[in-house]
Design a protein around this ligand. Structure first.
Ligand code: ATP
Ligand code: MG
Length: 265
């Protein structure tokens, strides 16, 4: 296999659906026969816990500090086709440990060199534009931005795009915008439609057609360590993430195998 496409799931706003998207978009890509590695880059470790994976060391923290390679911290998840690199609370410490360290921005990128058993690597980033997110952007082919349909949804976007431009200039000249995904979308509200129109006006080339609806199944699934596909394949949340995966594969002209094999998830 060639080098995987690495997607950083980024928005410095908290609670907009980054982790829900990383987990379920990852699971949906797995359902389409893609080999996926999900790297939990957030000290909150919500993706790790939501996928029911152990946080026992060594995890991403030890790998970032050079105590072990990435291969030693990759674990299978209970999701077909999806492996994961878990996070742990200790990851908070890297902000301090990196102070005065040469080249810390490239630590994650370096760890991913030679990891070519995957089609897609998803980086679930924390809600900040700090060290861990910068490491994620430096390591990525593109940035996937979940955007919650709420008041001030676009607040912070100019800062995020400025950061992406800065990383593009100084660290990662091939970094692209993958797209913006609207989350917790409720088509019945005028606000949601206004946010969609505004995003379309500002970022005409970047908005994914698929919007993720607000759906309680998406909030429930992680407490069972399951993806929404495993928890309730017929839910609107599950169908939306399958559609998002299909749209992603179409955009990149990747043949979507396994589409008719939904029962297998
Ligand atoms: P953080 O910034 O803290 O990492 P986040 O951006 O990763 O947060 P999530 O953890 O994915 O956001 O989602 C925040 C909360 O909203 C969670 O409780 C999650 O279950 C819920 N949630 C996310 N997306 C949806 C949705 N489409 N429908 C219903 N609930 C959702
Ligand atoms: Mg999160």
């Amino acid at each position: 296999m060639s080098a995987p496409r690495v997607l950083a799931v980024v928005n410095q706003k908290g609670g907009v659906g980054k982790t829900t998207t990383a987990i379920n978009f990852g699971a949906a890509l797995g359902a389409f026969e893609q080999k996926v590695l999900l790297v939990d880059c957030d000290p909150q470790a919500n993706a790790t816990r939501g996928m029911g994976v152990s946080q026992d060391p060594p995890v991403l923290y030890e790998a970032l500090l050079g105590e072990c390679g990435l291969a030693e911290v990759i674990r299978p998840s209970g999701f077909p086709g999806v492996d994961m690199v878990p996070s742990s609370r200790q990851l908070v410490g890297v902000e301090v440990e990196f102070v005065g360290t040469e080249g810390w921005e490239r630590r994650l990128a370096d760890l991913l060199v030679g990891v070519d058993d995957y089609d897609v690597v998803l980086l679930d980033c924390p809600p900040s534009l700090g060290h861990l997110t910068l490491c994620g952007l430096a390591a990525s082919s593109s940035v996937l931005i979940p955007l919650q349909c709420e008041y001030f949804a676009l607040e912070g976007m100019s800062e995020l795009f400025a950061t992406i431009r800065r990383v593009h200039r100084s660290l990662n000249a091939t970094l692209e915008i993958e797209g913006i995904v609207l989350t917790m979308f409720d088509e019945r509200t005028r606000l949601a439609r206004e946010v969609m129109d505004e995003v379309r006006a500002h970022f005409p080339d970047h908005l994914y057609e698929t919007a993720i609806p607000r759906n309680v199944r998406l909030a429930e699934a992680p407490s069972y360590g399951k993806s929404v596909l495993q928890y309730d394949i017929r839910s609107r949340g599950a169908q939306a993430y399958l559609n998002l995966a299909r749209e992603f594969l179409d955009r990149h002209e990747i043949a979507a195998e396994g589409e008719t094999d939904r029962e297998a998830v």
